[in-house]
Design a protein around this ligand. Structure first.
Ligand SMILES: [Zn+2]
Length: 469
């Protein structure tokens, strides 16, 4: 942590330095930067890259730091292109279950021609680090690896065993997810009381100031449904009421006008309750009201005009694709649409399917699940075991910045762990600017200062969590 007086002192020193000179890095910062650079400069995208050299680079650093070789595993299904690395740091407690620390080490492909800089070079420029994975999530992988290496160097034995798992296949493309694979084939390597995931739960900056520290406890479940209508067809000069496109359009219209009921979970209730303090006026009032009473329909209606709040309040289903017919002068024999749903934790895809069928209320429209990707997971509890250390360390680093529980509308590896019974908490240490999110996009970047803050914060956080309780 850097206190205000030290910041002032550093600024005073900096202004006395010749133009262009920079504050020298501490040895801990230099190590973190070296790891970060090494990870960014290995292309680990599915197409044209591989996570295995990343996994090996991390393994080598832990070997060099004196971790026993038996506690370091580079592992994957074919042992080749898409390996992950798992490091076990033995804790003093013989009874407390380990804590799992996770980040993925694959990245979304980046094309040199799309970027203004080389995406697979770490470039430091104008106070930013640029490169593919700087914000998703090689920064997070670096903070975790650096924390464990630094503990070892400082002869700190964690109270409970820490397991670092830096894994492949999170971004998709290869049809293989390493977390899923590990849980199925090597659960013993990563089994833990709970997991901390730096790939979600971002602390956020707005207008240059830290304003919240998210704690991700849950994710909506992704499930698509196909809506299909078939008909015998015929000549378009002889229309019938059974027209497949018209029936499908009616069904889709009913779904589009339907709103799933508002339902708050422990997380979303706490989210609205705590976010109210960051808002003003009607929105703040509506957040407080809905947190107290989920049936407050006036507050729900006003909040629902924001797509973001709407997605927090309810399961959503929305048409995303449509096709049908085969000739301009023929009655359609088939019409098909895809409806994509994001389901609240605690509800099942089967329940949602039944509700969609009820809303459509037309037997000629067949509603079936498209893929079986849905993992039905409950949210991870907001227990004191998690909240107390998190709020303590957050207060030390960023006084006044609230911890806001969060249900994510997208998906991370946390879903696999939660489905397997390991509660998982998203707690990234690297601040993102809410108006400058570039994950998966061009010229991905993070603030240099946020990176080094994250390195310190995650070190403190891992130490605090690792104390046996
Ligand atoms: Zn990610």
């Amino acid at each position: 942590m850097i206190s205000r007086p030290i910041v002032a002192l550093v600024l005073a020193c900096l202004s006395a330095l010749p133009l262009g000179a920079q504050k020298p890095l501490t040895p801990d910062q230099a190590e973190a930067r070296a790891i970060f650079q090494e990870l960014i400069e290995i292309n680990s995208s599915w197409k044209g890259g591989s996570t295995t050299p990343v996994a090996r680079a991390i393994a080598n650093r832990f070997l060099a730091a004196g971790f026993p070789a038996a506690d370091i595993r580079v592992i994957g299904p074919d042992g080749d292109k898409d390996s992950s690395v798992i490091v076990r740091m033995a804790g003093a407690s013989k009874t407390a279950k380990p804590i799992l620390l996770i980040a993925h080490i694959d990245v979304v492909e980046a094309l040199r021609s799309d970027w203004s800089l080389d995406p697979y070079k770490l470039t430091e420029k104008d106070g930013f680090f640029y490169g593919r994975g700087t914000s998703d999530i090689k920064d997070g992988a670096t903070t975790l690896a650096a924390a464990l290496l630094r503990m070892k160097r400082n002869h700190i034995v964690p109270g409970r065993t820490l397991i670092l798992a830096l894994t492949a296949g999170e971004e998709g493309g290869g049809g293989y997810n390493a977390m899923d694979w590990l849980l199925t084939n090597h659960r013993d390597l990563i089994d833990a009381a709970f997991a901390l995931n730096v790939d979600s739960g971002d602390p956020l900056i707005k207008n240059g100031k830290p304003f919240l520290r998210a704690l991700q406890t849950s994710e909506k479940v992704y499930q698509s449904f196909a809506f299909e209508v078939t008909d015998k067809g015929g000549h378009s000069s002889l229309p019938t009421p059974e027209n497949a496109i018209a029936r499908l359009a009616d069904a889709i219209g009913r779904v589009a006008r339907f709103h799933f009921p508002v339902r708050l979970t422990e997380t979303t209730r706490a989210y609205f309750e705590r976010s109210a303090a960051l808002e003003a006026g009607q929105t703040a009032g509506d957040m407080r009201a809905i947190a107290k009473n989920a049936r407050d329909s006036a507050s729900a209606a006003r909040l629902s005009t924001s797509p973001f709040y709407n997605a927090q309040l309810r399961t959503t289903c929305v048409p995303t694709m449509i096709e049908g017919g085969h000739a301009p002068n023929a009655l359609p024999q088939k019409a098909r649409a895809v409806v994509n749903c994001r389901i609240l934790p605690g509800e099942t895809p089967t329940q949602v399917q039944a509700e969609l069928i009820r809303v459509v209320s037309d037997d000629s429209v067949h509603v079936t699940p498209v893929d079986d990707g849905a993992r039905h997971t409950d949210e991870s509890p907001l227990s004191p075991e998690i909240l107390v250390p998190l709020e303590k360390v957050t207060r030390q680093f960023w006084p006044g910045v609230p911890v806001i529980p969060q249900m994510e509308t997208g998906a991370t590896d946390g879903a696999y762990l939660r489905a397997a019974g390991i509660p998982t908490y998203g707690v990234s240490g690297v601040f993102l600017d809410i108006d400058d999110i570039r994950a998966h996009g061009r010229d991905e970047r993070i603030l240099v200062r946020s990176f080094y803050d994250g390195v310190e914060y995650i070190y403190a956080l891992v130490r605090e969590f690792s104390q046996a309780r």
